[in-house]
Write a protein that binds this ligand. Structure first.
Ligand code: DGI
Ligand code: FE
Ligand code: FE
Ligand code: FE
Length: 188
């Protein structure tokens, strides 16, 4: 099994250099959020290190990995390459780098979210959104909520994603909508 430095080296070697600071930021933020909210910081760290490891694979390769690992895809996923790196990243994290199911699940859901997420899944989703290198209108509010009310932070993140998809006229995935609906129904 690889130690953390080996895991980082492998993951960084799979991406363009400009993405490495983001991945380092997600690792650091995921550990802190895990400590704050009672998830396993070691698993959060591993999920952070590996979460975008397949980000630069092209569509055919993404589809091959999904096929190889038996990940079933809906119609939108089959053509939206940005929705695939979370699924293939999860497959590689578990299948190649030997990570446990909790790390697989956190990486798998880090782009869309879903209904009824675990704390580790929420931690990675939010860390990805507000790590120190992220800069957009509203990021300070998200950073505040991330440490005061994790579900409120999730709802804000999912709603901002939906708004941006609508502005860009990109179809919104059902898991993104289900994440929002679930958070609204559960008194956030
Ligand atoms: O991989 P990162 O850039 O760090 O961040 P991410 O994994 O959250 O991916 C963000 C991308 O995913 C962004 O280009 C928008 C896309 N995305 C997120 N939710 C949806 C989506 N794309 C579609 N079509 N539908 C969604 O619901
Ligand atoms: Fe990602
Ligand atoms: Fe994200
Ligand atoms: Fe990311």
């Amino acid at each position: 099994n690889l130690d953390l430095n080996q895991l980082r080296a492998c993951s960084y070697s799979m991406m363009r250099a400009k993405r490495i600071p983001h991945v380092m930021g997600v690792e650091e933020e995921a550990v802190k959020l895990a400590q704050r909210w009672g998830a396993d910081p070691e698993l959060a760290r591993r999920a952070g290190i590996l979460h975008d490891c397949t980000k630069y694979y092209e569509l055919p390769e993404q589809l091959d990995i999904c096929e190889e690992y038996g990940v079933r895809l809906d119609a939108l996923e089959q053509k939206a390459v940005k929705l695939l790196h979370s699924k293939t990243g999860a497959c590689i994290a578990r299948g190649v780098f030997g990570q446990p199911d909790a790390v697989y699940d956190a990486i798998f859901w880090h782009t869309t979210g879903k209904a009824d997420m675990t704390t580790l899944e929420k931690v990675l989703y939010i860390a990805d959104y507000m790590e120190p290198n992220r800069d957009f209108d509203g990021v300070e509010r998200l950073r505040h909520l991330a440490y005061t009310d994790l579900d409120k932070a999730m709802l804000l993140g999912v709603e901002m994603t939906i708004q941006e998809m609508q502005q860009r006229q990109v179809p919104i995935h059902t898991n993104t909508l289900q994440a929002r609906d679930w958070l609204r129904q559960h008194g956030v």
